[in-house]
Design a protein around this ligand. Structure first.
Ligand SMILES: Cc1cc2nc3c(=O)[nH]c(=O)nc-3n(C[C@H](O)[C@H](O)[C@H](O)COP(=O)(O)OP(=O)(O)OC[C@H]3O[C@@H](n4cnc5c(N)ncnc54)[C@H](O)[C@@H]3O)c2cc1C
Length: 459
């Protein structure tokens, strides 16, 4: 053990490797409901070459490696289920290039969302990237690798679709470039080459360590505003979303339903974010959106509500701080949500299932959905804040998450970024030939099984 520690210290410097019990304790858990597992070492590399050396050592000694960005995925995907090294990427936080003309940014894999957001606001105020509602220290890489989504996803899809290319250290130590950057000095696209990015996205760090990546940038209009449409009829939500999307006037489309505050009980609030470059454009867009839902207002199955300015400010924040506040609603630092990715038509069933599960476990229900693509799918999340100091509370949330995963699969949705027990449910339902292909790909890339073991493994 000590020899490994010394070799790791030689690679990254002794301040950046630890096996001290208090640090192992912190890295052994996240905010979610999964039980802790202690790593043996925490390692913070500063460059691709240091990542490569750590991986070569781990591969030689057959030590598990768990890559970690912000550690905010909530479903224990950065908790080392089989011990070994947690490879914390936070020192690799540099923005390497913003190519304004070709609309992409190249960043190191530990770059937090908030850092790129601030950099663009300061130096390239006409550009922005799509931001999830996770706290700003969540990394761009961690989010893309789990098929995350954010405030531009309605127009442009999952964040994984905004990835132009990446640099990755394979579990056997080779450094590969994927996308146009494998062949050109420009990181502008994954087309027209065979798309090898799929070997790394959605795999929860089980196939390699991403060290750099390029993402697409988008124009930042000068003005933004939000309209809120309220209904208590879950059945009409898919049609409402389709009608709004078809106008092509909205930037972001989110629906929330929550038992608290009490005035929102039984209501679904559709938040329609709109951007524009002039008041005239904003008024025009708002008019079109109001018009497209006119029939619902007319038959009184829903209507727009006027939001006070202060409230609008809260809804227009990117990321929305209220989401993070909700995560600690019970106090005691516990929060996990089950996201499920589903077709838009499944909303009414998913909503009903969520309300019933919350009632069964005596938890307040709280749901949020985000439209991905032009209603091509939904990210549907059931959130459960709990008090980590109260074991009954933790168990209730764990059961509710499990039931939500089961309910998602039953209706035809797929649990998103799910913890290990949820992965087992997916594996059980997956086409066996597809699962066999996944296993073959993984053992080809990682013959010694060192990368985030315990995840995406059939039990
Ligand atoms: C309050 C709150 C709100 C949220 N809202 C959203 C939201 O709106 N949209 C959304 O998409 N998500 C959301 N999330 C979920 C999650 O926090 C984000 O998706 C976040 O971006 C994950 O990034 P991270 O850096 O924390 O990843 P981590 O948790 O560090 O890692 C996620 C996964 O990626 C792997 N990984 C990380 N870095 C690398 C690397 N360099 N190489 C290989 N594998 C790697 C890890 O092993 C792990 O499997 C939210 C979370 C919270 C707490």
């Amino acid at each position: 053990m000590d020899q490994v520690f010394d070799k790791l210290a030689e690679i990254v410097g002794k301040e950046y490797v630890s096996n001290r019990s208090e640090e192992l304790f912190i890295y052994s858990r996240d905010m979610g409901t999964m039980p802790p597992h202690k790593p043996d070492y925490i390692v913070l590399p500063a460059s691709t070459s240091e990542v490569q050396k750590v991986i070569l050592l781990a591969n030689q000694e057959k030590i598990p490696v768990v890559p970690m960005g912000g550690g905010l995925v909530l479903s224990a995907l950065t908790v080392p289920l089989k011990g070994g090294i947690v490879l914390d990427m936070k020192r690799m936080h540099h923005i390497l290039e913003v190519n304004a003309q070709n609309r992409y940014a190249i960043v190191e894999a530990g770059t937090p969302q908030g850092r790129l957001q601030a950099h663009l606001q300061k130096k390239y105020p006409h550009l922005k990237h799509s931001i999830p509602d996770a706290p700003p220290m969540a990394t761009i890489a961690g989010n893309i690798l789990i098929h995350g989504s954010g405030h531009l996803s309605q127009a442009t899809g999952f964040h994984s679709e905004m990835l132009n290319g990446l640099e990755v250290v394979l579990p056997t130590g080779e450094i590969c470039r994927i996308g146009s950057c494998s062949t050109s000095p420009y990181w502008f696209s994954r087309a027209p080459l065979p798309d090898l990015a799929g070997l790394f996205i959605g795999w929860f760090g089980t196939t390699g360590v991403i060290t750099k990546l390029a993402i697409k940038l988008y124009p930042r209009p000068a003005l933004k505003d939000v309209l809120v449409f309220v209904t208590e009829e879950a059945d009409i939500i898919p049609d409402i979303l389709l009608k709004i999307v078809d106008t092509e006037m909205a930037e972001d489309l989110v629906v929330v339903a929550s038992e608290y505050p009490s005035w929102t009980r039984d209501l679904q609030l559709t938040m329609i974010n709109i951007t524009a470059n002039s008041d005239a454009e904003m008024n025009f867009k708002q008019g079109i959106i109001r018009e497209c839902l006119h029939s619902y207002a007319k038959d009184k199955s829903g209507g727009f509500i006027d939001m006070p300015l202060m409230m609008k400010g809260v809804l227009l924040e990117t990321p929305m701080r209220t989401v993070t506040r909700f995560a600690d609603a019970r106090e005691g630092g516990g929060f996990e949500y089950v996201g499920a990715i589903m077709p838009v038509g499944l909303f009414p069933q998913a909503y009903q299932a969520g309300v019933e599960i919350a009632a069964r476990h005596e938890l307040p229900y709280s749901m949020v959905i985000r439209v991905i693509g032009r209603c091509h799918s939904l990210m549907f999340a059931y959130g459960y804040p709990f008090n980590r100091g109260d074991s009954d509370d933790v168990e209730k949330a764990r059961q509710a998450l499990h039931d939500s995963n089961l309910a998602s699969l039953e209706i035809g949705a797929i649990p998103w970024k799910t913890e290990e027990p949820g992965q087992q449910l997916i594996i059980k339902q997956m086409d066996p030939e597809t699962l066999a292909l996944m296993n073959r790909v993984r053992s080809l890339l990682d013959p010694n099984g060192i990368m985030n073991p315990g995840n995406w493994e059939e039990k």
